[in-house]
Design a binder for this molecule. Structure first.
Ligand SMILES: [Zn+2]
Length: 91
């Protein structure tokens, strides 16, 4: 992932949780900075439930890291599209 996008993600999470940030997203940012996409995706897949309440972060991850189930960007799976649409439609 490009540095710009990683910075954007870090910026999104930092104000959450009363300014403490979201720890699993900080872990994802850490691995992305090291270029370890595989580990970043693993955390996203395991700990994504903790991110769901932060819809802007969740949508950002779906769009830039891929769906939680398959790790695919623009996943064509019906359920993954549904998850993504929940966020895009609520705006
Ligand atoms: Zn998927």
């Amino acid at each position: 992932m490009e540095k710009e996008l990683i910075d954007k993600l870090d910026e999104l999470q930092t104000s959450k949780n009363e300014g403490r940030g979201i720890s699993c997203v900080q872990d994802i940012v850490h691995y992305l900075c090291k270029g370890n996409i595989k580990e970043a995706k693993a955390i996203w897949s395991w700990d994504g439930d903790k991110i769901r309440q932060y819809s802007d972060v969740d949508l950002f991850l779906i769009e830039n890291l891929g769906c939680r189930t398959h790790g695919r960007i623009n996943c064509e799976d019906e359920r993954c599209k549904e998850v993504k649409n929940q966020f895009t439609n609520s705006n």
